[in-house]
Write a protein that binds this ligand. Structure first.
Ligand SMILES: [Zn+2]
Length: 195
């Protein structure tokens, strides 16, 4: 990164891409664990970080393969936001009780698949899939499946679904639209799906 660029002291990003105005304190009831692939960290559209900084109850771990002991603390009554895969649990396999933790993989589809393979304890978790009615921002509605929603949107929709409380997440989703507008202003590849 060129040293001349002025970075925001709070979010460590160039001023033009500062996340801070879009951080929206959100009182989620379901603790949210965001497992972010290292490739996403430097991404301008790092929606996983915006999500983490907005949710009152969340943790962001960066990595591809996690120490099972590190994950262990989060796995009880947890659901993984992930579509069904061969050999894995079916979609919407209900956990024994209301989930306490929602686990999100913040990565491209291909890398998320690898992360599941490298972290078998995650692959075994009950899965949550988004209901069809959630379509997201018009810029990414072209996406072929839910996976292509941004991490932030997919997570908010999953939390709304789990908590049956849409209003809690609406301010964050609204701010997220503004965040996307700001990014699109700088992004020549504006028609690309946003991860
Ligand atoms: Zn900032």
């Amino acid at each position: 990164m060129p040293s001349k660029r002025i970075l925001c002291p709070l979010c460590d990003r160039p001023k033009q891409r500062c996340l801070c105005p879009f951080i929206t304190p959100t009182d989620n009831r379901t603790f949210t664990l965001i497992l972010q692939h290292p490739d996403e960290t430097a991404h301008a559209k790092n929606t996983g970080e915006l999500l983490h900084r907005s949710l009152n109850h969340s943790q962001l771990l960066i990595g591809e393969q996690f120490n099972p002991a590190q994950l262990e603390a989060y796995l009880q009554q947890a659901v993984l936001l992930y579509p069904p895969t061969d050999g894995g649990p079916a979609a919407n396999t209900p956990p024994p009780d209301q989930p306490k933790t929602l686990i999100i993989i913040d990565a491209t589809w291909r890398k998320s698949h690898k992360m599941l393979f490298l972290n078998p304890t995650l692959a075994k978790l009950p899965r949550l899939s988004l209901s069809k009615e959630y379509s997201g921002n018009y810029r990414i509605r072209k996406a072929k499946n839910n996976w292509q929603l941004s991490t932030l949107e997919a997570s908010c929709y999953a939390l709304q679904q789990l908590e049956t409380c849409e209003a809690t997440y609406r301010p964050l989703l609204n701010h997220f639209d503004q965040f996307m507008d700001t990014l699109v202003g700088f992004d020549p590849n504006r028609s690309k799906p946003i991860n």
